[in-house]
Ligand binder design. Structure first.
Ligand code: CP
Length: 295
């Protein structure tokens, strides 16, 4: 029986414990031999998500196909729903999609007989990145109950925040946010956020883990910041702020250098960036195996 992963909000604690066990198994060297064809359908660019999903599929024995922007009939006006129906008839077992629009509501898509896995839809969800951040934090800190996690930067456009906040909440972590008022959602009530910090310094002093987010200018409908330089000075991970961090920091990538963060601190001993990327492969193996089998 195939499963879907469109929103992290659909994952129960039981699902998460199963996914975590699979993640650890795959990270520990477990190999499986699945069969079938998977389409990576990416209407937005990607390095980490695309290639880790592709490698994860191949390591599990699945054949992969790729289509990018300008390469499908979506460009001629075909709906995403008709695209899904068409791909199912062509025999694909799973569709891994990254799209610029929000796929909501999505219940209608789930009965098409093909596993749907969200690799990022607009500002809505990026569930596998949420899982990466959750499992990486668990690995580093041992437990998440009471862990103080501060998301810093462009919160309003962040699908990483929307997925991660739900998952961290399920494990009892405490959440705070920090960013320009124009880049913080007006309603934070669905995300279990305790407080909004006025400055990154306040967030850093409170948090065990700081998650810097990418400034997503491609999604701006209007001007939200005076300039990139002033944004970096007010909210970026500067060398001084890096010095101040007691624990660790994450960034889902890609990083806008000298907008989100100073290039010289990216791979410091406090950085979990490359650990996040490395763990992405095993998270995606776990998600694919979970989605395509009864295991
Ligand atoms: N974190 C993330 O989604 O990175 P990519 O855009 O490179 O896939």
């Amino acid at each position: 029986m195939q499963k879907h992963l469109i929103s992290a909000r659909d994952l129960s604690k039981e699902d998460l414990l199963l996914l975590r066990a699979l993640y650890e198994d795959f990270k520990g060297g477990r190999r499986e031999s699945l069969e079938g064809d998977v389409l990576l359908f990416f209407l937005e660019s990607s390095t980490r998500t695309r290639f880790s999903f592709d490698r994860a599929c191949r390591l599990l024995g699945l054949r992969t196909y790729y289509t990018g922007r300008g390469e499908s009939s979506i460009e001629k006006g075909e709906s995403f729903y008709d695209t899904v129906k068409t791909l199912k008839v062509l025999g694909f077992r799973a569709l891994i999609f990254r799209v610029p629009f929000v796929l909501f509501p999505y219940e209608g898509y789930l009965k098409e007989g093909m596993s749907l896995i969200n690799a990022g839809d607009g500002t809505h969800q990026h569930p596998t990145q949420g899982l990466i951040d959750l499992f990486t934090a668990l690995e580093v800190f041992g437990k998440l109950e009471g862990l103080k996690v501060a998301y810093i930067g462009d919160i309003v456009h962040s699908r990483v925040f929307r997925s991660g906040a739900h998952l961290f909440n399920l494990f009892g972590a405490r959440l705070g946010v920090c960013g320009p008022r124009t880049l913080i959602p007006s309603d934070l009530s669905p995300f279990g956020v305790e407080g909004i910090f006025n400055s990154p310094e306040e967030a850093i002093d409170w948090a065990d883990l700081c998650i810097w987010l990418r400034l997503q200018e491609e999604r701006f409908q209007e001007n939200h910041i005076p300039s990139k330089e002033s944004y970096f000075m007010q909210f970026g991970l500067t060398k001084e702020r890096h010095e101040r961090i007691r624990g660790y920091f994450m960034h889902p990538g890609p990083v806008n250098l000298y907008v989100d963060a100073d290039a010289q601190v990216l791979y410091s001993e406090k950085s979990l960036l490359l650990k996040q990327v490395e763990n992405g492969l095993y998270v995606r193996m776990a998600v694919l195996y979970w989605a395509l089998t009864d295991g």
